[in-house]
Each structure stands twice: as structure tokens, then as C-alpha cells.
Design a binder for this molecule. Sequence first.
Ligand SMILES: [Zn+2]
Length: 246
Amino acid sequence: MMPARAAGAADAGADKDTKLVTAVAGAAAADPAASGVGNGAAKRDPRLAIPDDVLPGDVRRDRLGRMMDACRVLLEEIGEDVTRDGIAKTPLRMAKALLECTAGYAQDPREILESALFDVDAGGGMVVVKDIAFHSMCEHHVLPFAGKAHIAYLPGDRVVGLSKLARATDAIAKRLQVQERLTRQIAEAVRDAVGADDVAVITTAEHMCMSMRGASKPGAATTSTVFLGRFATDSALQTQLLMQLK
Ligand SMILES: [Zn+2]
């Protein structure tokens, strides 16, 4: 029973595929730029083709095409006319923006930090870098949250270049995140890369999923704190840090 049904389905599928291949071939002849884009290529508006110069980085055309197909479905389902002029290229823009905002998946924050370590005399004072701006997206709603990170550590015999702290923060933020994990990942990356046991990271952020929907409370700031090593146990050190952040 099952094998017979499966075979029937496979036949129907093969038949459909044959027609689709023919249709795509036809579309490709008419508009070479339209080929290679998702399965909907055959009936796609030529304005929706992916121009050669917009593939971000090493993103493959079929991956971007699949993302565009998904974005188009989302736009249609919220009630948009995806053929009108202002919207026609939005699936492409949406897909590219999403890739940009999640570029951190392809980056290793530890590697970034390790690329700029400098030897210092042991026993240096606390290093504090304030107000590192970041933009991320919550993993629950895929809506932005943005704010600032403050990073402090007690160096052993190495410090890390300041701009690398910002770049590592970016690599961690540009993924789907929750603020608590983002904060912890920054602290652990600094600990591991710099070899400093005592690290503190404080982040404050406004979450669009709170401001635009749900509780709809614009301006509400969420703070997350991760203290590693002596920062977790030494209240004098915590006080010293909070004074520096004022
Ligand atoms: Zn959210």
C-alpha cells in the first residue's frame, strides 16, 4: 500500500518537475537574470531577479533566492501587493538586510580579539571600555534591540586593542540573540581571548519587541550584567567599576 502510493506521488512529482524545468528554461531564455532563482523563477516578475552585483559577500545565489521567496510570502501574507513599484524589490532588500544583520554567524569573536593582543606589565589597573554601541535582533520576535555595552577586565600580562572589543561585540550582536546571552558571550570571549579571569560586562538596550508590540513601552531600558572572577565576589571592585561607568 505505502510503496504504491509513494511511487504514485513520485511520478506526479516528476511530471510536475519536468513541466517546471521547461517553464524555467523558457523564462531563462527570455530573461537570463531570472534563472537560478528559487523554484518560483518561472512566474517571477523580471524586477524580482537578483542583479549580479548585489550578492553580499560569498552568499550563494540560490540561498538569497530562497530567502527572497520567503520574504515575498511574508509580504503577501501581511496584505501587501508585491507587484507594486515600491515593494517589487523589497524581498531582495529584506533578504540582504537580514543577512547583514546576522553577519555575526560567520565571525568568531575570539579570533577577532586574538588578532590584537598586546603584552603589558603585569599588575595593571582595571581596563574599562564604555559605550560600545551594538545592534542585535531578539531570537523570539526577530525584531531589533539596540544599546550599549560596557566591558571591564583586570589584565594579566596582555590587553586587547580597543577597536577589537567593538568588533567582537558586533560579531556577537549580529545574530539572533537574547540580551543575557549576548552579555555573557562578550564576557566569555574577552576572558578566553585575553586570558583575564576577571571580566565584567554590562549591557543596556531597548527592545523593539517591547516598544512596538506586546507591552508597547517605548524607551524602557533593559540592563544585563555578567561578572566573572573577582568581579562576582569583590564588592569593592564592583563599586570601583560602577564609579567609572558613571
Ligand atoms: Zn523579542
